[in-house]
Design a protein around this ligand. Structure first.
Ligand code: URA
Length: 236
């Protein structure tokens, strides 16, 4: 099957469709050794396509940064041995992205996907202490002394947590809605901390990572990060 050259280039992750058109017009793209500058030109994926003489399989992929509103009931892995839905089912196709960090199966909210390994490492490295903000509904209503424990550090898995923030937003029907901010990323950390103060989590949603906010992005939807958002994570 023949496909427009700019689409092949974009699908291969070489550049956006528009940038790929520029590469063609600038005479930087060859198909089976012949330079193509005509924009409507089609090619087969098995043709030998190169940019600046480099076969597209070896051109560095364009760095891509995406935010996803992970719904509940979705695993944060590329594939699941039990056939459960994964974040990749909600990610843009053809981009070979991977999730950065993880959210529990039952947790919803903000998660990033990228193909930039350095960026992902930066984000998850404990030394950067990037703040993650959650809205949780917890059972019962914590007392002042329980809130203080939360803020000062709680022993989970044999180790004290770094100071966290917790603010009560409202209490209703024997449950309490709280905003929690942590700067670590330990396994099921928020759930374990809430268990320890005797107020287990009923529902949990991540609404911000660093300065990047989930905003009104709906569950199951994604969008590209703006350049500013992607950069502000790196500056931490
Ligand atoms: N803390 C948790 O307990 N679960 C998450 O998914 C994220 C943080």
């Amino acid at each position: 099957m023949e496909i427009r050259l700019q689409k092949i280039l974009a699908n291969a992750g070489v550049a956006s469709r528009r940038k790929a058109e520029e590469l063609i017009v600038e005479g930087r793209v060859t198909v089976n050794g012949a330079t193509i500058t005509e924009l409507g030109t089609k090619a087969k994926t098995k043709d030998e396509i190169a940019v600046d003489g480099v076969p597209i399989g070896r051109v560095p992929r364009k760095k891509t940064y995406v935010m996803l509103h992970k719904p509940e009931g979705v695993v944060t892995t590329i594939a699941d041995e039990f056939g459960r839905p994964t974040v990749m089912d909600y990610a843009p196709a053809n981009k070979r992205l991977f999730p950065v960090g993880r959210l529990d199966y039952e947790t919803s909210g903000l998660i990033f996907l990228t193909n930039d390994g350095d960026w992902a490492n930066n984000l998850t490295h404990p030394k950067h202490e990037i703040k993650k903000v959650y809205i949780a509904t917890i059972r019962g209503e914590p007392t002042e002394s329980e809130l203080r424990k939360f803020r000062e550090g709680i022993k989970i898995d044999g180790r004290l947590t770094a100071p966290a923030e917790i603010d009560i937003l409202r209490s209703k029907n024997e449950n309490t809605k709280v905003r929690i901010t942590i700067s670590e990323g330990r396994n099921r950390q928020v759930r374990k901390m809430c268990d320890e103060i005797g107020h287990p989590v009923i529902s949990l949603k991540r609404i911000a990572i660093g300065d990047v906010k989930l905003g009104d992005l709906q569950p199951g939807r994604w969008r590209y990060l703006t350049e500013g958002e992607a950069l502000c994570i790196l500056k931490k």
